[in-house]
Design a binder for this molecule. Sequence first.
Ligand SMILES: [Zn+2]
Length: 316
Amino acid sequence: MKGTLSLGVDIGGTGVKLALVDGRGRIRRLQKFASPTKESPTEFLNIVGRWIRRFVGDRHLKTLRGIGLGVAGDVDHVHGRVRISPNLQWRNIPVKTLLRRYLPSIPFIIENDANAAAWAAYWVETHQRAKNLVCLTLGRGVGGGLVLNGVLYRGATGSAGEIGHMTIDLNGPACPCGSRGCIERYVGARALVERVRQAIEDGEQSLVTELVGNNFQAVTPLVIQQAAQRGDRLAQRIWREAGERLGVALASVVNLFNPERIILAGGVARAGRLILDPARRVMRQRAFPVPGHTVRVSLSQLDQDLGVVGAALLVP
Ligand SMILES: [Zn+2]
């Protein structure tokens, strides 16, 4: 007999998360591992397969509804492959085939991690009320997922919702995706850190230098946030500019989809009002008035667990 628990798996560039999740999206058990990124993709997935087998154990083997796996990148959810994941440096990896042998009798689905996050935001945070919802995950990269009319929108090839790769500057900096001036190059963690380092190298004074003890490898969005909260002008400017650029992208998103909710998650979003206030201001200035003032932009409550919960909830 099938029970009510599903297993969510979230594979990211830095960590792998496993969670047993009930039908209402509550986490019953959670375990995190560091991603074995030094291994080949096949060995990486063998390691994850063994973790999954051990995590599920014999106790849940017969009652598990299924496994939902979220992974960063362009995911072919029909064939269970990752076409390309710049974050993991994977190309054409048959994830489903490689992992299924560890639990062959259990249904298995695979989804883009930000799509999974959007699904959790819809289910758990809006209780399926916000039928049109956009979720952005602002981490190292910027992921996006769309729920439209209460359905996860995947597009023709499962690649929809890549809001992080919307161009906001025709001649902007090159992006790992192959394009230029993508929003990820302005509000991704890497971009923020680069901008702060560059400004300091160019001679600007900043509290960041002190906070990291001159070790600029240690600059993170959290450090820039702390500096801004203590009144550092450079850090405050970096957040304001990032927020304004995010707002430009959100205005386009609002005009395109007219969502009720935009939910932000990830390490960069945790800066809260530092990035949200300028983003909301610019979004409202630029979007059509009614959709721009109707949409509610907020931070995710589940935040880091959105992906793993959403992947589990996507199991049919
Ligand atoms: Zn891009």
